[in-house]
Ligand binder design. Structure first.
Ligand SMILES: Cc1cc2nc3c(=O)[nH]c(=O)nc-3n(C[C@H](O)[C@H](O)[C@H](O)COP(=O)(O)OP(=O)(O)OC[C@H]3O[C@@H](n4cnc5c(N)ncnc54)[C@H](O)[C@@H]3O)c2cc1C
Length: 387
C-alpha cells in the first residue's frame, strides 16, 4: 500500500488532481524537515514552531494574501484546508494543531470583521506572529452553546464582558480571541454576539488547564472587559452565524486531521508487520494481523472519501452540507481511534514506550471525538437530517 498514489479511484467525482497530490507531498516534506524537529512536550503555545509554520508558507495557504485586505468571500478552499491538515497530521501533530487553531480563531474575523479589524490581525496571524483562539465553550455550556452565559453589557461606545470561558485552545496565551457572548438574556441562540478581544485587554485573565495529551488550553475570566463597537463581528445577536460560518468550513477538516493520524498509524503498523518475526514467520502473515491491517486500511480509505466528499461539496456550494460534514467528522475521528489502537496491538510493547510515535498518536487521537461537536452531537445532526 502506498500513499498518496492509489487511494482515490480516478472516476470518483472528487479525486485528487496531480497538483493536489503534489501539494500534499510538499506539505509532508516541509513538515518532516522543518517543523517536526521543533515539536515539544510543553503545555503552552509552541511559538517557535508557529513562527516556522509562518516562514514555511503553510499558514499563508490558510490565509491567502487576498484575505489580508478583507476582500469579500476570500478564503482557503475546504479541499486545500483538508490537504493541509491531513499532510501535517501525518508528520507533525503539533504544527497541525497550531495551524487549525489559527484558522478557527481568526476566520471569524476574516469572514465577519471590519476591514480595519482584518488588516489589524490577519497578516500577523498568517505570519505566525500573533496567536488566535476561538472562545465559545464555557463551564456550563459545551455541546449546547446556545446556553452560554458570558454577559455583554452595552455601554457608551461598545460593550463590557463579564463571565468565564473554559476549554479554550491557546488560552490564556493567545494574542487575539474571538469571543461569543450573550447580548440578549432571553433569546437563546438568537441572543449571542461575537467580538474580537485582544489577549492583553484590561480585565481579562486566565489560567492553563493541563490535559492528558499536551495541548495548549485554558480558562478565561472576563471582569468588565471593554470591547469597542468596531470590534463586533457581524451583527448584534447574530453571533451564532459567525461561529457556524467558521465551523462549517472547519468541520470536514477535523476529519482530515483524523485521516492523517490513521494513515500514519497504519503506515507504522504495516512496516512492522512486514519486518517483525514470531514463530519463524513475519507477523503480517498471520491471519489475525492481516485482517486487522485490512480493516485499518478500509476504514481509513472510507474516512478519506467521506472527508474529501464533504470538502468538495462545500467548495461546490452544496447548500446543505451539514450532514456530509457530520458524517465525515464522525466516521473519521472514530476510525482513527480504532486504527491507532490496532496499530499499537500490532507493535506490542514497544508502541507504549514513552516517546514512541504511536504513544503520541494514542493521546492525540482522543480529543477530536469531543471538540467541534462530540460524536453524539454529530449523530444527532445526522439523525435530524435524515428524518
Ligand atoms: C482538546 C480540546 C480542545 C478544545 N478547544 C476548544 C476551543 O478552542 N474553543 C471552544 O470554544 N471549545 C473548545 N473545546 C470544548 C469542546 O468544544 C467541548 O468540550 C465540546 O463541545 C463538548 O462539550 P462538553 O465537554 O462540555 O461536554 P457536554 O456538552 O457536557 O457533553 C457531555 C456528554 O453528553 C453528550 N451529549 C450532550 N448533549 C447531547 C445530545 N443532545 N445528545 C446526545 N448526547 C449528548 C456529549 O456527547 C458528551 O458525551 C475543546 C475541547 C477539547 C477536549
Amino acid at each position: 500500500m502506498s500513499f498518496p498514489g492509489e487511494w482515490i479511484p480516478e472516476k470518483a467525482p472528487f479525486w485528487l488532481s496531480r497538483e493536489q497530490r503534489g501539494f500534499l507531498e510538499e506539505i509532508r516534506v516541509l513538515a518532516r524537515s522543518e517543523l517536526a524537529p521543533l515539536q515539544n512536550e510543553e503545555a503552552g503555545v509552541n511559538r517557535p514552531l508557529l513562527a516556522a509554520l509562518g516562514r514555511s508558507g503553510l499558514l499563508a495557504r490558510l490565509f491567502p494574501e487576498s484575505t489580508w485586505e478583507g476582500k469579500e468571500g476570500a478564503r482557503i478552499s475546504a479541499m486545500a484546508l483538508c490537504l493541509l491538515r491531513e499532510g501535517l497530521a501525518m508528520e507533525c501533530g503539533q504544527a497541525e494543531l497550531l495551524l487549525a487553531l489559527q484558522g478557527l480563531g481568526a476566520y471569524p474575523i476574516l469572514q465577519s470583521g471590519t476591514v480595519d479589524c482584518i488588516r489589524e490581525w490577519i497578516p500577523k496571524v498568517a505570519r505566525g506572529e500573533a496567536v488566535a483562539a476561538f472562545a465559545l465553550s464555557e463551564p456550563g455550556s459545551g455541546s449546547d452553546p446556545a446556553a452560554l452565559q458570558l454577559r455583554a453589557e452595552e455601554v457608551p461606545g461598545g460593550w463590557r464582558l463579564f463571565g468565564e470561558k473554559w476549554w479554550i485552545s491557546n488560552a490564556p496565551e493567545a494574542d487575539v480571541y474571538t469571543v461569543f457572548a450573550r447580548t440578549d438574556p432571553e433569546a437563546g441562540a438568537k441572543g449571542v454576539s461575537a467580538f474580537v478581544v485582544p489577549g492583553d485587554s484590561d480585565g481579562l485573565t486566565g489560567e492553563h488547564t493541563e490535559m492528558l495529551a499536551p495541548h495548549p488550553i485554558g480558562r478565561l475570566f472576563f471582569d468588565g472587559v471593554f470591547v469597542p463597537k468596531e470590534k463586533l463581528l457581524g451583527e448584534v445577536n447574530r453571533g451564532f452565524r459567525v461561529a457556524m460560518r467558521t465551523l462549517d468550513l472547519f468541520r470536514p477538516s477535523v476529519g482530515a486531521f483524523a485521516v492523517g493520524i490513521a494513515q500514519r498509524a497504519l503506515d507504522i503498523a504495516l512496516a512492522w508487520a512486514r519486518e517483525r518475526e514470531a514463530f519463524g514467520k513475519k507477523i503480517g502473515s498471520f491471519q489475525a494481523i492481516g485482517a486487522k491491517l485490512a480493516d485499518m486500511h478500509t476504514g481509513t480509505h472510507a474516512a478519506r472519501l467521506l472527508v474529501y466528499a464533504a470538502a468538495s461539496a462545500f467548495d461546490g456550494g452544496v447548500e446543505s452540507n451539514t450532514a456530509n460534514a457530520a458524517s465525515a467528522k464522525l466516521f473519521a475521528t472514530e476510525n482513527a481511534q480504532r486504527v491507532v489502537d490496532d496499530a499499537i496491538q500490532i507493535l506490542g510493547a514497544r508502541a507504549l514506550v514513552h516517546d514512541h510515535p504511536l504513544a503520541h498518536l494514542y493521546l492525540d487521537v482522543r480529543a477530536p471525538r469531543i471538540y467541534e461537536g462530540t460524536s453524539e452531537i454529530q449523530r444527532e445532526i445526522l439523525s435530524r437530517a435524515l428524518q
